[in-house]
Design a binder for this molecule. Structure first.
Ligand code: UD1
Length: 344
């Protein structure tokens, strides 16, 4: 065993996949989650996948005393991966303070507690949202951070700044900021995946819920963008590939290989796919026809963004491996599994 990794938001979509990959790489995971947007069954399913029950603590990262107690309880924590955050863009516009309180204070608590308990390594979930609409595509890590389109996006930008300022102040912390593009898909076992609350806001859960008949029709938001087919372009990254990027980031920290105290990496495939191309790919990969229609643009959407992942390829030795067809099949199998289990 290579030591313990604390995973906040550990029962969430990306956290649960990362827990499995950390275990596969020889780490002991401690999952922390307040279950505000996930369920305890995720722990059972992770246990099933890794062949043992992971440590799980139902704790809110906003609760400083409870987090302090957790660091005291687990003496072998070598690094923290901080996923716990609210992430619904639209909701953040309606309830900004909820987003600022949750997404900022939880990080601040961690940055105070880590040095207190002698934990140096932090991997932080950031987002390509910090680039806004980039001037140059594919976007590299040194592209300027643009004015945030939503309070959610702003929390990611501010969190990056909080980490930089804390490290600059001399705090004994080494951080890796992973800027995710659009994570999609599910574990190939179909035991863990994305479980949105209520009506999905993101493309893939809405798409698979439409394909299975929960929703009548997928609305494609806009076909008049300056892109080849008029729909928006995104870089869709497989969630297991994304999870593996966290493992290599942890390996780098624990081997003391960081060249800067804060390092930033794009985590994407390097390939842009339009919303309409993604729909075609889904129909091709699964053989399931999809009912969709073009509607007006969605406020706040970026026209097109995809990653230049060269830095992660070279420095972390990481690259996206899963094909879009396999990824879309995994998303579909997850939706079928939810139906079988009577969840959705
Ligand atoms: C957004 C955030 C991203 C965040 C992610 C997860 C921005 C710029 N991006 O990504 O940081 O990590 O949500 O919460 O804030 N679409 C449809 N029909 C639908 C749903 C989506 O056509 O029913 C289209 C959208 O217009 C967009 C694409 O699909 O062009 C992807 O949308 P979505 O899955 O919501 O992700 P982003 O908005 O790219």
């Amino acid at each position: 065993m290579k030591g313990q990794i604390l995973v906040t938001g550990g029962t969430g979509y990306i956290g649960s996949h990362t827990a499995v990959e950390l275990h596969n790489a020889g780490y002991e995971v401690i999952l922390v989650d307040n279950l505000s947007n996930s369920t305890i069954e995720v722990v059972d399913n992770v246990a099933h996948l890794i062949g043992k029950r992971p440590h799980f603590e139902q704790v809110d990262c906003l609760d400083y005393a409870a987090m302090d107690a957790l660091f005291t309880k687990y003496t072998g924590i070598r690094a923290v991966i901080h996923f716990a955050a609210f992430k619904a863009v639209g909701e953040s516009v309606d309830q900004p303070l909820k987003y600022y309180r949750n997404n900022l204070i939880s990080l601040i608590n961690l940055l105070e507690l880590m040095p207190k308990h002698g934990v140096k390594g932090l991997v932080f979930s950031s987002s390509c949202t910090v680039y806004g609409q980039p001037d140059v595509l594919p976007v590299t890590e040194d592209a300027p951070v643009k004015h945030a389109e939503s309070p959610y996006g702003n929390t990611k930008q501010i969190n990056e700044e909080i980490i930089y300022d804390t490290v600059r102040s001399g705090a004994p912390i080494r951080a890796i900021l992973l800027r995710y593009f659009n994570p999609i898909g599910a574990h190939p076992s179909a035991l863990i995946g994305e479980l949105p609350n209520g009506v999905p806001q993101n493309l893939i859960p809405y798409l698979t819920q439409t394909a299975i008949g929960i929703r009548e029709c997928l609305n494609v938001f806009g076909d008049d963008y300056h892109t080849p087919d008029g729909s928006c372009i995104r870089d869709f990254i497989n969630v297991v590939d994304l999870a593996k990027a966290h493992v290599v980031a942890i390996e780098r920290q624990l081997a003391d290989k960081q060249s800067e105290p804060v390092e930033v990496f794009n985590v994407g495939t390097g390939r842009g796919l339009s919303v309409l191309e993604l729909i075609q790919a889904f129909e091709r990969a699964t053989g399931v026809p999809l009912n969709y229609k073009i509607v007006g643009r969605r406020a706040g959407d970026i026209e097109q963004v995809w990653a230049n992942p060269d830095k992660a390829n070279k420095v972390l030795g990481w690259q996206a491996e899963t094909s879009i067809d396999d990824t879309l099949r995994s998303a579909w199998n997850w939706q079928l599994n939810l139906r079988e289990r009577g969840i959705q």
